[in-house]
Write a protein that binds this ligand. Sequence first.
Ligand SMILES: Nc1ncnc2c1ncn2[C@@H]1O[C@H](COP(=O)(O)OP(=O)(O)OP(=O)(O)O)[C@@H](O)[C@H]1O
Ligand SMILES: [Mg+2]
Length: 379
Amino acid sequence: MTASKGRGFRVAVLCNRKARVPHVAGAPADYLAEYDTDETVQAIVRALESAGHEALVLEADSTLLDTLRQAAPDICFNIAEGLRGEARESQVPALLEMLGIPYTGSGVLANALSLDKAMCKRVWMAHGLPTAPFQVFHRPDEPLRVGLRFPLFVKPVREGSGMGVDPGSVVHDEPALRQRLSWAIGSYRQPALVEPFLQGREFTVGLIGNNRACLPVPDSCLYDERGFHVFPVLEIDVSPIPASQGIYSSHVKSERPTEPRYLCPAPIGAELARQLQDLAVAAFLAIGALDVGRLDFRLDEHGKPHLLEINTLPGLNPRYSDIVMAAHGEGMPYESLVNEILQLAIARYGLATSSSTGGSPLSSQGDRVPASCRLEGQL
Ligand SMILES: Nc1ncnc2c1ncn2[C@@H]1O[C@H](COP(=O)(O)OP(=O)(O)OP(=O)(O)O)[C@@H](O)[C@H]1O
Ligand SMILES: [Mg+2]
């Protein structure tokens, strides 16, 4: 391992910044929504430096193989969304594994499942976790499955940041469904997922941690007996933006992120809060996610929670990203959130035995323990 400056590690922040993403002819209007701002990347760099690490930024494009070899980081802080392809969020983890470089967050498989909402829901259903029934449309004219009743919700199967989602995603009849499917499949050049419109309140649950049963977790009272620290439930109420019609769309997320009401802890009973937090951990474990994640939920008309999706690369904007607000909701500063994610990966790879933020690297890569694990059927 490269000698690190001072007591910290040499950490490469791997990202795709909006300003550097190549323009693709015919791309939808919100095609940049997933990518990170300079503000986010600089905030992560400052947070890592505040813990004594040396931080550098590498763009996760076709230069990455060369820049990684030159930079020779001890570990990477991965927030790269990937530029294209049906498993774009897995491309950087795959490259890092090929090169044998440790990195934060989920690996190839969990990032691919997280990006593909239908595959992820299939895994959750197999684990008995509550997520709405659905159908994937490859063509706009495929027959609607028996049992799916209007109103329905249509969204691209492999996007994030609300891309392809707006009030028009809610369809009340066949003609509207067909029209929306044509638009979604054509604009985003991928299948569309159709599921019941869940008309209840919206919540998101952020968590950090790993499955203590098979992975080392930093020796800190922050993590519970399962190995997780689950942030308080955050409720997102978009009613201050009437045009949103209750939908947390890409327009709201990208153009008006400070306008919804973010309530943390959510004003809900202890029982529902606990249920959402436990479901978040179970859903995270079910796909073998690592270090950090954010699970989105909506209630149905009976008040029952349903998992919408998981974000294994949750936004880390210091001002308005949901997991950052949830951390603030319990008093955890941004710098601690970023450095806890790093410490979780450091512990997994056996790079250090200290759990303290910015702790010294005490062991070499030769001492590594397995970086990931999946416990089938242990929910
Ligand atoms: N079945 C549904 N019923 C009602 N609203 C839904 C449904 N699915 C999605 N939504 C709305 O659309 C928004 C975006 O959907 P979802 O979270 O599934 O996708 P995303 O774009 O990957 O989100 P993120 O920005 O968290 O990555 C949700 O926050 C919610 O407001
Ligand atoms: Mg979401």
